[in-house]
Design a protein around this ligand. Structure first.
Ligand code: RIB
Ligand code: CA
Length: 308
């Protein structure tokens, strides 16, 4: 049984990632912590609670940071919809978050289960950065930190250089990447290359049952964004492939240990994860960078979770 915490900004792909983890009998999700990102934090809480309930789970959902550390917020309603869940009319209100701020929960659980927890981050790294500033000792207490963050090949999805989660709060990402934690980075390049579902894949998913239908239907806005902006046929699932790597490391078929720094000041490059593939900086490697995933293994996990 793998103990896990999932930190999320609950957009439509985050929700699929939650289904993957919550429907896996070998994963014990201790808490879902919410951060502002795709949608305002309060909306992310409602989306996470709705998804949790759909999975028949009682895992506590905790409200967290409602803005980046220093910057003005950037949301992604153009990607995931006004409600973050494809605007398909889901009843995404009335959910009651668990008591306790996300930052305190991250610190408390890390200390309660030293060396046992896999922390998966699916949104901006604001909660984790605040937890590290509050309790620096937690840097040595997580078993793994698997992040949907940045890009391994330098191709951004918000600017030419930056991926959304790091772009929203580069200062938070910088704190995390400098922390010395056992970091694994699943960049947007992996999602684009190895975790994109075609319309036929989506139909197959929807036919698996209520959770499959949910996972496909809430991508309605993302499909449009992929068609018009990222030029993908269907939709990509960055957060679910990240959870898949956390649950089954064999999903990651190419992983390199690299020095990675976060750009926080560039006018063109703020939020870029600068991966030193050639070692020209001479800095020590601080991140296991996933560069490729086994698409079939990932899809099989997704189907198993949705078919239950
Ligand atoms: O860049 C992709 C990431 O940004 C995903 O986590 C998606 O949910 C958005 O948060
Ligand atoms: Ca996300």
């Amino acid at each position: 049984m793998q103990r896990m915490i999932i930190d999320t900004d609950t957009g439509s792909d985050d929700a699929v990632a939650l289904v993957l983890a919550l429907m896996d009998d070998d994963v014990d999700v201790l808490a879902i912590t919410v951060v502002s990102g795709n949608v305002p934090m309060e909306m992310g809480v409602q989306n996470a609670i709705y998804t949790r309930d759909l999975c028949g789970s009682t895992v506590p959902v905790h409200a967290g940071a409602d803005r980046p550390l220093v910057r003005e917020h950037v949301f992604a309603h153009d990607v995931h919809g006004a409600d973050g869940m494809g605007d398909i009319g889901l009843p995404l209100t009335g959910g009651v978050p668990a008591p306790g701020h996300a930052v305190d929960v991250l610190v408390d659980l890390a200390r309660r289960f030293p060396g046992e927890i896999t922390l998966v981050t699916l949104g901006p790294l604001t909660n984790l950065a605040l937890a590290l500033r509050t309790a620096p000792d937690i840097a040595g207490l997580f078993r793994r930190v698997v992040m949907m963050a940045g890009t391994g090949d330098g191709t951004g999805n918000v600017t030419p250089a930056a991926e959304f989660n790091v772009y929203v709060d580069p200062e938070a990402a910088d704190i995390v990447f400098r922390s010395g934690m056992p970091l694994e980075m699943v960049g947007w390049d992996v999602s684009r290359n190895d975790a994109t579902l075609t319309p036929a894949d989506a139909e197959q998913l929807a036919a698996l049952g209520p959770r499959g239908e949910f996972c496909a239907a809430i991508q309605r806005r993302l499909v449009e964004f992929c068609r018009t902006v990222t030029q993908l046929d269907g939709f990509d699932l960055p957060d679910p492939v990240t959870v898949a790597v956390a649950i089954d490391p064999a999903v990651a078929t190419e992983v390199v240990h690299r020095p990675v720094a976060v750009e926080t000041t560039g006018t063109q490059t703020a939020g870029m994860t600068v991966v030193d593939h050639l070692g020209v900086t001479g800095r020590p490697a601080n991140v296991q960078v996933v560069l490729a995933a086994d698409r079939e293994r990932f899809l099989a996990m997704l189907h198993r979770a949705c078919a239950r």
